[in-house]
Design a protein around this ligand. Structure first.
Ligand code: SF4
Length: 307
């Protein structure tokens, strides 16, 4: 859920990246013309809900403000995710624990660590997580999708996102889908995290429509602790997540419109300072973030995982 395409990707028809939304010409408001859909990913919605100013820095301001240095925890997460993706790309008879070291080496991202010693320790830790995790997998089972993009449109949104894994599992009335999201952070997760995850709910909503199969189960697989936090959604709970996402999309579009009409961009996209500022890529640009003590890029990999 980290890696999702943004509204700036090449269009299916023209191949040219669209201009940022704030540079696009205002659409003429002919009666009956459909409203422009808000193109979004879970990261985009999450960025605005966490902090509207961070959203602006990430998705609107062009040229974009400089980001801080890369984070070691992002490197670690990306390395593990890609190793698991490549695990499933192997023929079934080659999916054995012995291949994990070369898979992880091949995908290892080196950025952000304090020094070689810390990086080596992180590699060993990640390899241990992967070895323990694949023990729990059926090597012969091929998921419905691995790093699979699912997309859906509503009257407000054009949503797309990349799910880590989509499993097909037996249900009472036939095969059902489950969304699996890998986590490599330090702290464990519980069922409330799975229930409350907007991204997982949106993947489930989209997957159900893309594959035309029920998809209510969402799971967070926390590799450091070997735990799975799961939740079974209902049609109503998925609809609630979707409706909240649409509300956020409307707020974003209203803020963008206010700026396009000459409003103050700082007012339209306020800062929401808090503990997260220390981890924000735009801390050095943001007036509120500059007050917050920054974290070292390797801070989140500095101590072992908690259960
Ligand atoms: S530093 Fe804090 S207030 Fe500023 S953009 Fe980042 S999260 Fe928002």
């Amino acid at each position: 859920m980290r890696r999702s395409s943004s509204s700036g990707r090449p269009s299916a028809t023209g191949g040219r990246a669209p201009r940022p939304r704030d540079q696009q010409p205002e659409q003429l408001g002919f009666a009956g013309m459909p409203e422009r859909l808000f193109v979004c990913t879970p990261s985009k919605i999450g960025a605005y809900e966490d902090c509207p100013r961070r959203y602006r820095y990430s998705y609107l301001d062009r040229p974009a403000p400089p980001k801080g240095p890369p984070w070691a925890h992002n490197s670690l997460g990306a390395s593990v995710h890609t190793a698991l993706k490549n695990w499933y790309a192997l023929p079934v008879d080659r999916r054995r624990p012995e291949v994990l070291a070369s898979l992880l080496k091949g995908t290892w991202v080196r950025e952000g660590y304090r020094d070689d010693e810390q990086e080596r320790a992180a590699y060993r830790r990640a390899l241990g997580w992967l070895e323990a995790y694949v023990e729990t997998l059926d090597p012969g089972a091929d998921p419905m999708g691995v790093e699979r993009v699912v997309a859906v449109k509503t009257s407000v949104l054009a949503f797309n996102g990349r799910a880590d894994r989509i499993d097909s599992r037996p249900g009472p009335s036939g095969p059902e889908l489950a969304i699996v999201d890998y986590k490599t952070g330090r702290t464990g997760l519980d069922a409330d995290d799975a229930r409350g995850s907007r991204a997982l709910a949106l993947y489930a909503y989209a997957a159900e429509r893309v594959f035309r199969r029920p998809c209510r189960r969402v799971e967070l697989h926390h590799l450091p602790s070997g735990t799975v936090a799961a939740h079974d959604h209902t049609a109503e709970s998925l609809a609630r997540h979707l409706s909240r996402t649409e509300d956020t999309a409307r707020d974003i579009m209203a803020a963008e419109k206010a700026v396009a009409e000459g409003g103050d961009a700082d007012e339209a996209f306020p800062t929401t300072p808090g503990a997260r500022c220390g981890w924000c890529d735009y801390r050095r640009t943001c007036p509120a973030g500059a007050q917050a003590p920054g974290k070292d890029p390797w801070a989140a990999v500095d101590r072992p995982a908690e259960g």
